[in-house]
Design a protein around this ligand. Structure first.
Ligand code: ASP
Length: 334
Protein backbone atom coordinates (compact mmCIF):
# COMPACT_ATOMS: atom_id res chain seq x y z
CA UNK A 1 0.00 0.00 0.00
CA UNK A 2 1.33 3.44 -0.82
CA UNK A 3 1.35 6.23 1.73
CA UNK A 4 -0.95 9.18 0.97
CA UNK A 5 0.75 12.53 1.32
CA UNK A 6 -1.07 15.32 3.14
CA UNK A 7 -1.02 18.54 1.17
CA UNK A 8 1.35 21.39 1.94
CA UNK A 9 -1.36 23.89 2.84
CA UNK A 10 -2.94 21.52 5.40
CA UNK A 11 0.27 21.41 7.43
CA UNK A 12 1.53 25.00 7.65
CA UNK A 13 3.75 25.26 10.74
CA UNK A 14 4.58 21.56 11.18
CA UNK A 15 7.89 21.63 9.28
CA UNK A 16 9.83 24.54 7.83
CA UNK A 17 9.74 24.17 4.02
CA UNK A 18 13.32 24.04 2.76
CA UNK A 19 15.14 23.45 -0.51
CA UNK A 20 18.82 22.47 -0.28
CA UNK A 21 21.01 22.05 -3.37
CA UNK A 22 24.57 21.07 -4.19
CA UNK A 23 26.65 21.86 -7.25
CA UNK A 24 29.24 19.09 -6.94
CA UNK A 25 32.08 18.01 -4.66
CA UNK A 26 35.77 18.14 -5.60
CA UNK A 27 38.73 20.44 -6.16
CA UNK A 28 36.86 23.61 -7.13
CA UNK A 29 39.42 26.22 -8.26
CA UNK A 30 39.40 29.58 -6.45
CA UNK A 31 38.53 31.29 -9.73
CA UNK A 32 35.41 29.13 -10.11
CA UNK A 33 33.93 29.92 -6.71
CA UNK A 34 31.90 33.08 -7.50
CA UNK A 35 29.99 31.42 -10.38
CA UNK A 36 29.41 28.24 -8.38
CA UNK A 37 27.98 30.27 -5.51
CA UNK A 38 25.80 32.28 -7.84
CA UNK A 39 24.49 29.11 -9.49
CA UNK A 40 23.62 27.24 -6.31
CA UNK A 41 21.95 30.29 -4.77
CA UNK A 42 19.84 30.81 -7.90
CA UNK A 43 18.88 27.12 -7.92
CA UNK A 44 17.88 27.07 -4.24
CA UNK A 45 15.68 30.11 -4.81
CA UNK A 46 14.08 28.65 -7.94
CA UNK A 47 13.36 25.39 -6.10
CA UNK A 48 12.00 27.19 -3.05
CA UNK A 49 9.74 29.35 -5.15
CA UNK A 50 8.36 26.25 -6.87
CA UNK A 51 7.79 24.65 -3.46
CA UNK A 52 5.89 27.62 -2.08
CA UNK A 53 3.86 28.14 -5.25
CA UNK A 54 2.87 24.55 -6.05
CA UNK A 55 3.40 22.93 -2.65
CA UNK A 56 5.16 20.03 -4.37
CA UNK A 57 8.56 18.82 -3.23
CA UNK A 58 8.98 17.13 -6.62
CA UNK A 59 8.46 20.47 -8.39
CA UNK A 60 10.96 21.97 -5.96
CA UNK A 61 13.79 19.51 -6.60
CA UNK A 62 13.09 19.37 -10.34
CA UNK A 63 13.05 23.19 -10.60
CA UNK A 64 16.26 23.54 -8.58
CA UNK A 65 18.05 20.91 -10.66
CA UNK A 66 16.74 22.37 -13.94
CA UNK A 67 18.33 25.68 -12.95
CA UNK A 68 21.71 23.98 -12.48
CA UNK A 69 21.34 21.88 -15.65
CA UNK A 70 20.81 25.09 -17.61
CA UNK A 71 23.93 26.69 -16.09
CA UNK A 72 27.17 25.88 -17.99
CA UNK A 73 29.16 26.18 -14.78
CA UNK A 74 27.89 22.81 -13.57
CA UNK A 75 28.45 19.28 -14.81
CA UNK A 76 24.85 18.49 -15.79
CA UNK A 77 22.76 19.30 -18.87
CA UNK A 78 24.47 22.26 -20.57
CA UNK A 79 27.84 22.00 -18.80
CA UNK A 80 28.20 18.22 -18.89
CA UNK A 81 31.66 16.69 -19.02
CA UNK A 82 32.71 14.40 -21.88
CA UNK A 83 33.34 10.71 -22.36
CA UNK A 84 36.72 9.47 -23.59
CA UNK A 85 35.31 9.75 -27.14
CA UNK A 86 34.17 13.34 -26.61
CA UNK A 87 30.42 12.75 -26.24
CA UNK A 88 27.92 13.78 -23.57
CA UNK A 89 26.13 10.92 -21.76
CA UNK A 90 24.06 12.01 -18.77
CA UNK A 91 22.56 10.26 -15.72
CA UNK A 92 19.74 11.51 -13.48
CA UNK A 93 17.24 10.33 -10.89
CA UNK A 94 14.35 11.76 -8.90
CA UNK A 95 12.50 10.25 -5.95
CA UNK A 96 9.32 11.05 -4.02
CA UNK A 97 9.69 10.30 -0.31
CA UNK A 98 5.94 10.05 0.36
CA UNK A 99 5.29 7.25 -2.12
CA UNK A 100 8.80 5.88 -2.75
CA UNK A 101 8.09 6.39 -6.45
CA UNK A 102 11.22 7.08 -8.47
CA UNK A 103 12.46 7.69 -12.00
CA UNK A 104 16.02 7.08 -13.18
CA UNK A 105 17.69 7.62 -16.54
CA UNK A 106 21.15 6.90 -17.91
CA UNK A 107 22.98 7.59 -21.17
CA UNK A 108 20.68 10.53 -21.93
CA UNK A 109 21.89 12.72 -24.81
CA UNK A 110 21.03 15.97 -26.56
CA UNK A 111 18.60 17.34 -23.96
CA UNK A 112 19.22 20.04 -21.38
CA UNK A 113 17.09 18.61 -18.58
CA UNK A 114 17.66 14.90 -17.91
CA UNK A 115 16.05 15.31 -14.47
CA UNK A 116 12.75 16.11 -16.18
CA UNK A 117 13.16 12.97 -18.28
CA UNK A 118 13.69 10.97 -15.08
CA UNK A 119 10.47 12.47 -13.72
CA UNK A 120 8.66 11.63 -16.94
CA UNK A 121 9.85 8.01 -16.71
CA UNK A 122 8.50 7.92 -13.15
CA UNK A 123 5.15 9.42 -14.06
CA UNK A 124 4.37 7.93 -17.45
CA UNK A 125 5.93 4.47 -17.62
CA UNK A 126 5.60 1.29 -15.60
CA UNK A 127 9.39 1.17 -15.20
CA UNK A 128 11.67 3.01 -12.84
CA UNK A 129 14.94 3.05 -14.74
CA UNK A 130 15.39 3.43 -18.50
CA UNK A 131 18.69 4.03 -20.30
CA UNK A 132 19.93 5.06 -23.73
CA UNK A 133 17.80 4.87 -26.83
CA UNK A 134 14.66 3.80 -24.95
CA UNK A 135 14.92 6.82 -22.69
CA UNK A 136 15.54 9.14 -25.63
CA UNK A 137 12.43 7.76 -27.36
CA UNK A 138 10.39 8.86 -24.34
CA UNK A 139 11.91 12.34 -24.58
CA UNK A 140 11.21 12.50 -28.33
CA UNK A 141 7.57 11.52 -27.84
CA UNK A 142 7.01 14.36 -25.37
CA UNK A 143 6.53 18.01 -26.28
CA UNK A 144 8.39 18.97 -23.10
CA UNK A 145 11.82 18.14 -24.45
CA UNK A 146 13.71 19.99 -27.13
CA UNK A 147 16.02 17.50 -28.84
CA UNK A 148 19.22 19.33 -29.70
CA UNK A 149 21.53 18.59 -32.61
CA UNK A 150 24.13 15.94 -31.90
CA UNK A 151 27.11 17.60 -30.23
CA UNK A 152 25.21 20.74 -29.20
CA UNK A 153 25.92 20.08 -25.52
CA UNK A 154 29.67 19.77 -26.04
CA UNK A 155 31.27 22.92 -24.62
CA UNK A 156 34.80 24.22 -25.12
CA UNK A 157 35.41 24.02 -21.38
CA UNK A 158 34.46 20.33 -21.35
CA UNK A 159 36.73 19.67 -24.35
CA UNK A 160 39.58 21.38 -22.55
CA UNK A 161 38.93 19.28 -19.41
CA UNK A 162 39.03 16.12 -21.51
CA UNK A 163 42.33 17.15 -23.10
CA UNK A 164 43.78 17.96 -19.68
CA UNK A 165 42.52 14.66 -18.31
CA UNK A 166 44.14 12.66 -21.11
CA UNK A 167 47.39 14.62 -20.80
CA UNK A 168 47.52 14.23 -17.03
CA UNK A 169 46.82 10.49 -16.95
CA UNK A 170 50.44 9.40 -17.31
CA UNK A 171 51.74 12.03 -14.93
CA UNK A 172 49.35 11.37 -12.06
CA UNK A 173 49.12 7.62 -11.57
CA UNK A 174 49.57 8.08 -7.84
CA UNK A 175 46.72 10.57 -7.45
CA UNK A 176 43.14 9.78 -6.52
CA UNK A 177 40.98 9.49 -9.61
CA UNK A 178 38.67 12.13 -8.16
CA UNK A 179 41.54 14.63 -8.18
CA UNK A 180 42.11 14.31 -11.91
CA UNK A 181 38.75 13.56 -13.48
CA UNK A 182 37.97 17.18 -14.17
CA UNK A 183 36.17 20.08 -12.66
CA UNK A 184 33.40 19.09 -10.25
CA UNK A 185 29.82 20.09 -10.83
CA UNK A 186 27.29 17.26 -10.55
CA UNK A 187 24.10 18.77 -9.21
CA UNK A 188 21.45 17.67 -6.74
CA UNK A 189 18.57 18.91 -4.62
CA UNK A 190 16.56 17.77 -1.62
CA UNK A 191 13.40 19.40 -0.32
CA UNK A 192 10.89 19.17 2.52
CA UNK A 193 7.42 20.72 2.67
CA UNK A 194 5.35 21.84 5.65
CA UNK A 195 3.98 18.29 6.11
CA UNK A 196 7.35 16.58 6.20
CA UNK A 197 7.13 15.24 2.64
CA UNK A 198 10.60 14.98 1.13
CA UNK A 199 12.06 14.48 -2.35
CA UNK A 200 15.52 14.13 -3.85
CA UNK A 201 17.01 14.62 -7.32
CA UNK A 202 20.50 14.26 -8.81
CA UNK A 203 21.73 15.01 -12.35
CA UNK A 204 25.18 14.66 -13.88
CA UNK A 205 27.34 14.34 -16.95
CA UNK A 206 29.40 11.83 -14.96
CA UNK A 207 33.18 12.03 -14.89
CA UNK A 208 35.54 13.39 -17.54
CA UNK A 209 37.07 10.73 -19.76
CA UNK A 210 34.65 7.99 -18.67
CA UNK A 211 34.26 5.10 -21.08
CA UNK A 212 31.15 5.26 -23.23
CA UNK A 213 28.29 3.45 -21.44
CA UNK A 214 29.70 4.07 -17.97
CA UNK A 215 26.99 4.80 -15.40
CA UNK A 216 27.75 6.44 -12.07
CA UNK A 217 26.06 6.56 -8.67
CA UNK A 218 23.74 9.51 -9.40
CA UNK A 219 20.85 7.50 -10.94
CA UNK A 220 21.26 4.58 -8.51
CA UNK A 221 18.63 4.55 -5.76
CA UNK A 222 20.48 4.10 -2.47
CA UNK A 223 23.79 4.75 -4.24
CA UNK A 224 23.70 8.48 -5.01
CA UNK A 225 20.03 9.37 -4.50
CA UNK A 226 17.11 8.38 -2.24
CA UNK A 227 14.05 9.90 -0.56
CA UNK A 228 11.83 8.42 2.13
CA UNK A 229 9.57 10.47 4.41
CA UNK A 230 10.41 8.06 7.24
CA UNK A 231 14.16 8.63 7.07
CA UNK A 232 15.60 11.31 4.76
CA UNK A 233 16.07 12.71 1.29
CA UNK A 234 19.68 12.51 0.13
CA UNK A 235 21.74 13.45 -2.93
CA UNK A 236 25.40 12.51 -3.17
CA UNK A 237 28.25 13.73 -5.37
CA UNK A 238 31.85 12.66 -5.81
CA UNK A 239 33.63 9.58 -7.08
CA UNK A 240 30.72 7.52 -8.42
CA UNK A 241 32.45 4.15 -8.50
CA UNK A 242 33.30 4.51 -4.81
CA UNK A 243 29.90 5.88 -3.79
CA UNK A 244 28.23 2.87 -5.45
CA UNK A 245 30.63 0.32 -4.00
CA UNK A 246 30.11 1.70 -0.50
CA UNK A 247 26.38 2.12 -0.96
CA UNK A 248 26.75 5.55 0.59
CA UNK A 249 23.15 6.77 0.67
CA UNK A 250 21.72 3.44 1.91
CA UNK A 251 24.22 3.39 4.75
CA UNK A 252 23.27 6.91 5.71
CA UNK A 253 19.57 6.10 5.76
CA UNK A 254 20.21 3.03 7.92
CA UNK A 255 21.96 5.21 10.51
CA UNK A 256 19.06 7.68 10.54
CA UNK A 257 16.47 4.90 10.81
CA UNK A 258 18.14 2.42 13.14
CA UNK A 259 20.76 4.37 15.08
CA UNK A 260 18.87 7.62 15.61
CA UNK A 261 21.48 9.71 13.78
CA UNK A 262 20.63 13.17 12.50
CA UNK A 263 21.18 13.80 8.78
CA UNK A 264 24.40 15.62 9.65
CA UNK A 265 25.75 12.88 11.92
CA UNK A 266 24.96 10.17 9.39
CA UNK A 267 26.50 12.11 6.48
CA UNK A 268 29.70 12.75 8.43
CA UNK A 269 30.05 9.18 9.63
CA UNK A 270 29.44 7.48 6.29
CA UNK A 271 31.55 9.83 4.17
CA UNK A 272 34.44 9.86 6.63
CA UNK A 273 34.38 6.05 6.73
CA UNK A 274 34.17 5.86 2.93
CA UNK A 275 37.15 8.16 2.46
CA UNK A 276 39.16 6.25 5.04
CA UNK A 277 38.50 2.89 3.42
CA UNK A 278 38.75 3.86 -0.25
CA UNK A 279 40.90 7.00 -0.26
CA UNK A 280 38.32 8.67 -2.52
CA UNK A 281 36.10 11.63 -1.71
CA UNK A 282 32.44 12.59 -1.90
CA UNK A 283 29.82 15.01 -0.63
CA UNK A 284 26.25 14.76 0.58
CA UNK A 285 23.23 16.97 1.10
CA UNK A 286 20.30 15.60 3.10
CA UNK A 287 17.11 16.55 4.92
CA UNK A 288 15.94 14.02 7.50
CA UNK A 289 12.40 13.13 8.60
CA UNK A 290 12.52 15.78 11.32
CA UNK A 291 13.55 18.51 8.90
CA UNK A 292 17.20 18.64 10.01
CA UNK A 293 19.76 19.37 7.32
CA UNK A 294 22.95 17.47 6.60
CA UNK A 295 25.77 19.01 4.53
CA UNK A 296 29.14 17.28 4.50
CA UNK A 297 32.02 16.58 2.12
CA UNK A 298 35.41 14.90 2.31
CA UNK A 299 36.57 16.54 -0.93
CA UNK A 300 38.38 19.87 -0.85
CA UNK A 301 35.18 21.77 -1.59
CA UNK A 302 31.48 21.41 -2.42
CA UNK A 303 29.15 24.20 -3.49
CA UNK A 304 25.77 24.17 -1.74
CA UNK A 305 22.90 26.50 -0.86
CA UNK A 306 19.53 26.33 0.81
CA UNK A 307 16.53 28.56 1.22
CA UNK A 308 14.31 28.32 4.29
CA UNK A 309 11.85 31.18 4.71
CA UNK A 310 13.67 34.42 4.01
CA UNK A 311 17.09 32.92 4.71
CA UNK A 312 19.41 31.88 1.92
CA UNK A 313 22.49 30.04 3.23
CA UNK A 314 25.40 28.99 1.05
CA UNK A 315 29.03 27.91 1.07
CA UNK A 316 31.86 26.16 -0.73
CA UNK A 317 34.63 25.59 1.83
CA UNK A 318 34.44 23.37 4.91
CA UNK A 319 32.74 25.21 7.77
CA UNK A 320 31.57 28.08 5.55
CA UNK A 321 27.96 29.19 6.04
CA UNK A 322 27.14 32.56 4.51
CA UNK A 323 23.71 34.08 4.91
CA UNK A 324 21.67 36.43 2.74
CA UNK A 325 18.17 37.55 3.59
CA UNK A 326 15.94 37.27 0.55
CA UNK A 327 12.23 37.90 0.15
CA UNK A 328 9.77 35.04 0.65
CA UNK A 329 8.02 34.15 -2.62
CA UNK A 330 4.36 35.15 -2.54
CA UNK A 331 2.01 32.28 -1.77
CA UNK A 332 -0.89 32.21 -4.25
CA UNK A 333 -4.35 32.58 -2.67
CA UNK A 334 -6.00 29.22 -1.92
N1 ASP B 1 29.04 11.15 -8.83
C1 ASP B 1 29.21 11.58 -10.20
C2 ASP B 1 29.54 10.37 -11.04
O1 ASP B 1 30.41 9.62 -10.65
C3 ASP B 1 30.27 12.59 -10.39
C4 ASP B 1 30.30 13.73 -9.39
O2 ASP B 1 29.46 13.81 -8.49
O3 ASP B 1 31.17 14.59 -9.52
O4 ASP B 1 28.99 10.23 -12.11
Amino acid sequence: MQAQAATHSECIGQFEPTVLVHGGAGDIADSGIPLKKLGVKRAARRGYEALIKSGSVLDAVEGAVNSLEEDVNFNAGNGSVLTWDGDVEMDASIMNGATLEAGCVSLARDIINPISLARRIMETTRHRYIAGEGAMNIAMESENFKILQKGALVTEAAQKSLENYKASLNRTRSKRESQIYGSPGTVGAVAIDACGNVAAATSTGGITGKLSGRIGDSPILGGGTYADNETAAVSATGHGETIMRYNVVSRMLALVQHANHTAQEAAERVLNEMTQRFDETAGIIAIDHRGRLGIHFTSKRMSWAYQRGEELHFGVDAGEDQLEIVGEPRVPPL
